[in-house]
Design a protein around this ligand. Structure first.
Ligand code: NAI
Ligand code: MG
Length: 337
C-alpha cells in the first residue's frame, strides 16, 4: 500500500523548503503520496484557525506528518501550535540528531550524536504556574512519572540498538532534584539493565554541557527530561553549525511529526535563499521511521557530498545557490550511490 504523508507547507520560508524537500523525495522514487493540509498563520488567515480540524484528522489518519515551520501570531490567546500538536498526539519523544557536516562554520569535527528528549512532562510544560497575590513569589509544579521516564528511556535504548549505536548517556540532576530527576535516573537504570549490549553512562546535566562543548565526539545517544533536553539539543545544534542543519522528530504512539528545528525565518522568506537541509534531514528521519534506513542513508550521503563539493549551496553556507538549485544538486546525487 502506498504510504500517504500529511504535509504542512507552513509559513515564511516553509513552502520554499517543503517544495525543495518533496522534489528530492520524489526524485529518490520513494513513492509517497501527500495530503496537503494547513496550519499556522496561513491557516489562520484562510479559515480563522491556527490548527484546523482537517489538519488534525489528516495527521490522525496517516499517522505521519512532514511539517515546515509555522508562525504563531503574536498576541493574547495564541498558544504554540507545536506544543498543541505534542499534546494532541502524545508525541513523547523528541529526537534530534546533530552530525558534523563538511564546510560549515562549526568549530568541531566528528560530532555524531542524537538527543532524545522527553516531550510531555517536567518543568517545561509549565503545570501549576502561579504568582502570589503580592507578585513576590512564583511557583511551578514539576511532575515526572515512572511511566513517562520508562517509555522515553526505552525509546532511546531501542533506537540506539536499531541504529547500531554503542552508548546511551542518561542526563540528570538527581543529586539536587532528588524526587523528579531521581525518579528519572532510577527508572533509567532499571531499563538499561535490559540492554546489556549498549553501554549506559550517567551524567549530571551541568557537567554534560561542559563535556559537550569540550569534547562532543565522546557522545553517542543522550536521553533526558524535557527542560534539560530543550537546552541541550539547541546546544548540540550549535556544535554542528546552527539551526539550518538541525532536524527534529516528534514521536508518539498515535503519530509522528518530522520537521526542521528552525523557525519560519520571515527575514528571508520569499527570496528563495533558505537552506532546505534541516527539513531534508527531517525527511531522512521520517524514512528511518518507516524502516527505510537505506534510503535515509542515501539521502544523508547526498546532502553531505553536495556540501563537500559546495555545489550550489545557499548563502548561509557561503554559496550563491538558491533553495531550488541546492535541492536540485542534492537530487542529482541521491541516485548516484
Ligand atoms: P528562525 O529560526 O525563523 O530564524 C532565526 C535566524 O536563522 C534568521 O536570521 C533566519 O533567517 C535564519 N534561518 C532560519 N532557518 C534558516 C534556513 N533554513 N536557511 C537559512 N537561514 C535560516 O527564528 P525566529 O526568527 O526566532 O522565528 C521566526 C518565526 O518562526 C516566529 O514566528 C516563531 O514563532 C516561528 N518558529 C517556529 C518554529 C516551528 O514551527 N517549529 C520553531 C521556531 C520558531
Ligand atoms: Mg527549544
Amino acid at each position: 500500500m502506498t504510504q500517504t504523508i500529511a504535509v504542512i507547507r507552513g509559513d515564511g520560508i516553509g513552502p520554499e523548503i517543503m517544495d525543495a524537500t518533496l522534489l528530492v523525495l520524489d526524485r529518490m522514487g520513494c513513492g509517497f503520496q501527500y495530503e496537503f493540509v494547513e496550519a499556522g498563520l496561513g491557516a489562520y488567515n484562510n479559515c480563522g484557525e491556527l490548527l484546523p480540524s482537517a489538519t488534525l484528522d489528516a495527521i490522525r489518519k496517516h499517522r505521519v506528518a512532514l511539517k515546515s515551520p509555522l508562525t504563531t501570531p503574536v498576541g493574547e490567546g495564541f498558544s504554540s501550535i507545536n506544543v498543541e500538536l505534542r499534546k494532541r498526539f502524545d508525541l513523547y519523544a523528541n529526537v534530534r540528531p546533530a552530525i558534523t557536516f563538511p564546510n560549515t562554520k562549526s568549530r568541531y569535527t566528528g560530532v555524531d550524536l542524537i538527543t532524545v528528549r522527553e516531550n510531555t512532562e517536567g518543568a517545561y510544560i509549565g503545570e501549576g504556574q502561579q504568582l502570589s497575590a503580592d507578585g513576590e513569589v512564583a511557583t511551578l509544579t514539576q511532575k515526572v512519572t515512572r511511566r513517562g521516564s520508562e517509555r522515553i528511556v526505552r525509546y532511546a535504548f531501542d533506537m540506539a540498538r536499531k541504529l547500531g549505536r554503542k552508548k546511551v548517556t542518561v542526563v540528570h540532576k538527581a543529586n539536587i532534584l532528588k524526587s523528579t530527576s531521581g525518579l528519572f535516573l532510577h527508572t533509567a537504570r532499571k531499563v538499561a539493565a535490559d540492554y546489556a549490549d549498549i553501554e549506559c553512562q550517567e551524567m549530571i546535566v551541568d557537567n554534560c554541557c561542559m563535556q559537550l562543548v569540550m569534547r562532543p565526539e565522546q557522545f553517542d545517544v543522550l536521553v533526558t527530561t524535557n527542560l534539560f533536553g530543550d537546552i541541550i539539543s539547541d546546544l548540540c545544534a550549535g556544535l554542528v553549525g546552527g539551526l539550518g542543519l538541525a532536524p527534529g522528530a516528534n514521536i508518539g504512539t498515535e503519530a509522528a511529526i518530522f520537521e526542521a528545528v528552525h523557525g519560519s525565518a520571515p527575514d528571508i522568506a520569499g527570496q528563495g535563499i533558505a537552506n532546505p537541509c534541516a527539513l531534508l534531514l527531517g525527511a531522512a528521519q521520517m524514512l528511518g521511521h518507516f524502516g527505510m534506513e537505506q534510503d535515509a542513508r542515501r539521502l544523508r550521503r547526498a546532502i553531505v557530498s553536495t556540501m563537500e563539493a559546495r555545489d550550489r549551496v545557499t548563502p548561509d553556507l557561503g554559496g550563491t545557490g538558491t533553495t531550488e538549485t541546492f535541492a536540485e544538486a542534492i537530487a542529482e546525487r541521491v541516485n548516484e550511490q
